[in-house]
Design a protein around this ligand. Structure first.
Ligand code: FAD
Length: 290
């Protein structure tokens, strides 16, 4: 099933998981998924660490099991940086054979050492490539978007112009980068709509459970932190349980506001933490159904 068909029911609730680190056996993710499935998400997406065939194997295996064994729709992420056309044909063929219908088409981050050689400059090139191939055209294609603009973009307006290119190339559904200030999301949604972007946009929400995690995210993605968020971190940073509870409460507060204002869907960055996902689900499941 295509994720876009799920939006007949609104708002959608979806989760992101990542394959376990190389030092952990792949089975550890299935314990997480055993818990997440009980929350009845509309779909689960599986990340893919750019630049390695082992990463692809894990993403394909997990996305395939989510779909074929857990009976939940899945999305496989695919960053194209450093890939050749033949690599992409082989990866898409693997996703297709595994019964995966949905691909989150990404460029991937540019490594510190510089951009590796590859046939795709932007995610839009990957999306066009998928749509140009008869055997892959049927994939439902998702793409990333950035309420505060991508860090490489000159400003939010040029970023939205690039986003329109992705949608025109064939992106059917967008998922945002995490954000902590809902007003950024509402401004972005309005600008995207004015730019002619009318595909569903899911809001990416990351419940923050420790200060280190957020410092890393801010340095990577450049998201802004509202004062009520930084006050919360300062108050609880030395008390892990209180920090976790406050992070959950903050995410719930964001989600309640987003649902009230008609968001298409909530995409929860679970960080493979089923406890946090369950607490958030418990707080908002009746609102999602109302
Ligand atoms: P692009 O859409 O190519 O955009 C990158 C930059 O180029 C932007 O500044 C954009 O404005 C500009 N641009 C885009 N198209 C054009 C164009 N046609 N002409 C000119 N400029 C253009 N990374 C991973 O490695 N693995 C993952 O699994 C993963 N999952 C993610 C999931 C989500 C929901 C999000 C939001 C991000 C994810 N990322 C992942 C991170 C992502 O790879 C990075 O944010 C990366 O830096 C940009 O990827 P993109 O697909 O948005 O790139």
């Amino acid at each position: 099933m295509k994720t876009t068909d799920i939006f007949a029911k609104k708002p959608v609730l979806s989760f992101e998981v990542f394959p376990p680190k190389r030092t952990n056996p792949v089975e550890t993710i299935y314990e997480t998924l055993d818990s997440l499935r009980k929350l009845n998400p509309d779909f689960i997406s599986v990340t893919y660490g750019a630049g390695g065939s082992e990463n692809c194997k894990a993403t394909t295996e997990i996305a395939s099991r989510i779909k074929n064994e857990y009976g939940i729709e899945s999305v496989a992420h695919l960053p194209c940086i450093g890939l050749k056309r033949d690599d992409v044909i082989s990866l898409l063929g693997g996703f297709k054979r595994a019964g995966i219908d949905n691909i989150l088409a990404l460029r991937g981050d540019i490594p510190e050492g510089g951009r590796p050689d590859g046939d795709f400059e932007h995610a839009s090139d990957l999306i066009s490539f998928i749509k140009e191939h008869d055997e892959f055209r049927e994939f439902n294609v998702l793409a990333a978007c950035y309420p505060e603009g991508h860090t490489e973009s000159e400003n939010i307006l040029t970023d939205i112009r690039s986003l329109k290119t992705k949608v025109d190339a064939g992106a059917d559904h967008l998922i945002t980068q995490l954000f902590f200030d809902n007003d950024c999301f509402y401004r972005f949604r309005e600008r995207a709509s004015l730019a002619g972007i009318h595909v569903p946009v899911e809001a990416g929400i990351m419940p923050v459970t420790n200060k280190k995690q957020i410092e890393r995210m801010v340095s990577l993605c450049g998201v802004s932190l509202p004062s009520k968020f930084t006050a919360m971190m300062e108050r609880y940073e030395h008390n892990p349980e209180a920090m976790r509870d406050a992070g959950i409460a903050y995410a719930v507060d964001q989600i309640v506001d987003l649902i009230a204002r008609g968001v298409d869907g909530i995409h929860l960055y679970t960080m493979n933490n089923p406890y946090v996902a369950a607490k958030i689900h418990e707080a908002v499941c009746r609102l999602l159904a109302a």
